[in-house]
Design a protein around this ligand. Structure first.
Ligand code: GLY
Length: 566
């Protein structure tokens, strides 16, 4: 009888513990997509509801926000192959409950064999197919080094954090609509870039609900589990990457991989209307131009205006134009070029910058060549907060959708095409239409300039808004607009995410607007002399707001994104 009682007790305990999520095993076949949640303890919002679920399961097992961010990032490398990655790079902003703010730079680097004019033909013309769609486009990956750099702030063993990603790669998961569509769109490119068709290619079109299993990727992740960062940068995986590059005439060597290091940097920190904004420093332009934009529009009383009106859109577009002009001229890897950051964000400089601003007249970016923007700003962003007040904001990228399209044979993951974020030739626009100058010229081992803007806004030194988005050069403007929407225009996080975005980046001299942007405002801007270009969605902004002990997490309706919390 006693044995029976013990057995019943043990079964009850097991059921109880399982239902609390402590033994929760992630199932890539069952998940629900929620765009807005309100919870009390912790939340994760990312491009994939499965990856968000992985992060929350780690929080429930006693992990902190950093543990959850690491597990989410690794899961995204499996379930969001167009942008989640181990073959790319990115940036994290971490706020620790004790008040410390940390920026981790795991941006890709130019290989040691790279050179300034490597994309120029004999006539000196930039060959953008080389910087975007060739083995020469691949930068030395930083994501795995970034994950291990943030382990310093984690609580749980790495083995636990990587296991859900291994399970999802090994056992598969079901594709959401956007992911299936993006795999179909990239099929021809993947076939062109790989001698053997990778797992992302199948004869018939992918459909929502199809299963994707990635055995080679699972084995690569297991080598990371067993040997740490060396399990990626050295040993079998390092050799496979270098062999792939050698076969394709790319530049990355085993030496480049072995030498890669993530860097902890001092974040950009500034006050915005009583809040403290913490964002990414160089080699991302994001934090600097976010500070410039918020300060310049505050000088012109943006707080007294309303969302989407002629007055606010005209002012914000002019502010965006000026920040992007500075980006093109001054910004680059601070380990290689001297950037006058203090001056660029100083009140005196920004006041001067706005001295020719006229609210009744369209500005212009004349005397410069027009660039172009194409779709495919495939980066991914996620936010995490935990019950103790830690918060993490991470943006990571392969650059274009599916990066270079090159899948490392035998290792099952995609390599980036981040070299295109250097300026191939001063004045020639990259795939985001961004131009750059000497500061962002290619040099061996240099990091290419980025626009990624993972950001945490603090109120009284506690997380208030955790925000970021993919979207190439549209990233800083979307983060800027989201902060303005919530702080100045008093929108809820859902309104701020859902509201149509616009974007001005100096060159081309155009204001891009999303399809559902206010038609009257568009007509008024045109009358004033602005060129307007209506385009597809801008970014996929993820936001967590922490207010009055409530955590509101919002996933962007523009993608498959999902928020999970508890
Ligand atoms: N590859 C996009 C960025 O870094 O801004």
């Amino acid at each position: 009888m006693n044995q029976l009682k013990t057995l019943v007790f043990l079964i009850l305990m097991y059921v109880l513990i399982s239902s609390c999520g402590h033994q929760q095993k992630i199932n890539g076949y069952h998940f629900e997509t929620r765009k807005e949640i309100e919870v009390r303890r912790g939340a994760v919002v990312s491009a994939s509801p499965i990856a968000s679920q992985v992060g929350v399961s780690i929080l429930r097992q006693g992990g902190n926000a950093i543990d959850a961010a690491i597990a989410t990032q690794l899961a995204l490398a499996v379930v969001h192959p167009s942008a989640g990655n181990i073959g790319g790079g990115g940036f994290s902003i971490i706020h620790l409950k004790k008040g410390q703010n940390i920026a981790i730079d795991f941006r890709e680097k130019a290989p040691g064999g790279a050179s300034r004019d490597m994309y120029l033909d004999s006539n000196g013309n930039a060959q953008l197919n080389l910087s975007q769609n060739s083995p020469l486009a691949v930068g030395v990956p930083g994501s795995v080094a970034g994950i291990f750099a943030s382990m310093k702030y984690a609580k749980l063993p790495f083995k636990k954090l990587i296991q859900p990603a291994i399970d999802l790669a090994e056992n598969g998961f079901v594709l959401a609509q956007g992911e299936a569509e993006s795999l179909n769109d990239i099929k021809e490119h993947l076939l062109k870039m790989n001698a053997v068709a990778p797992v992302y290619v199948k004869d018939s079109p992918w459909k929502t609900g199809d299963t994707l299993i990635q055995k080679d990727l699972a084995n690569t992740l297991k080598r990371m589990r067993d040997y740490g960062a060396k399990g990626f940068y050295e040993g079998e995986t390092g050799q496979l990457i270098a062999a792939q590059m050698k076969k394709d005439n790319g530049l990355i060597t085993e030496e480049d991989l072995k030498n890669y290091q993530a860097k902890e940097r001092s974040p950009i920190v500034f006050d915005y209307k009583g809040n403290t904004v913490v964002s990414m420093p160089l080699p991302s332009s994001g934090g600097i131009i976010l500070e410039q934009m918020l300060k310049m529009s505050a000088m012109e009383n943006l707080g007294k205006m309303n969302y989407g009106t002629l007055a606010s859109v005209q002012l914000m577009s002019e502010v965006e134009r000026r920040a992007f002009a500075d980006r093109a001229k001054y910004l680059g890897d601070p380990d290689f070029v001297k950037v006058p950051v203090k001056t660029l964000v100083s009140d005196a400089y920004l006041k001067k910058r706005m001295s020719d601003y006229d609210p009744n007249k369209a500005g212009n970016s004349k005397d410069t060549k027009e660039g172009y923007i194409i779709e495919g700003e495939e980066t991914t962003h996620f936010d995490v907060v935990d019950k103790d007040g830690n918060a993490v904001s991470v943006t990571t990228t392969l650059n274009g959708g599916f990066g270079s399209g090159i899948v490392v044979k035998g290792a099952g993951f995609l390599l980036n095409n981040e070299m295109d974020d250097f300026s191939a030739k001063p004045g020639v626009p990259n795939m985001f239409g961004a131009v750059g100058g000497e500061a962002n010229a290619i040099a061996p081992n240099k990091r290419m300039l980025s626009s990624m803007t993972p950001t945490i806004v603090l109120k009284n030194n506690q997380p208030y808004i955790v925000v970021g988005t993919p979207g190439g050069t549209t990233i800083p403007t979307s983060v800027y607009q989201t902060i303005v929407d919530m702080v100045d225009f008093k929108m809820s996080p859902k309104q701020a995410v859902d509201s149509p975005k616009f974007h001005q980046q100096w060159l081309p001299d155009v204001i891009f607007v999303e399809k559902d942007f206010n038609k009257n405002t568009i007509e008024e801007l045109k009358k004033m002399g602005y060129k307007i270009s209506v385009r597809g969605s801008i970014g996929r902004t993820e936001v967590i707001e922490v207010k009055d002990k409530k955590i509101i997490a919002v996933a962007d309706y523009r993608g498959d994104d999902g928020a999970v919390g508890y």
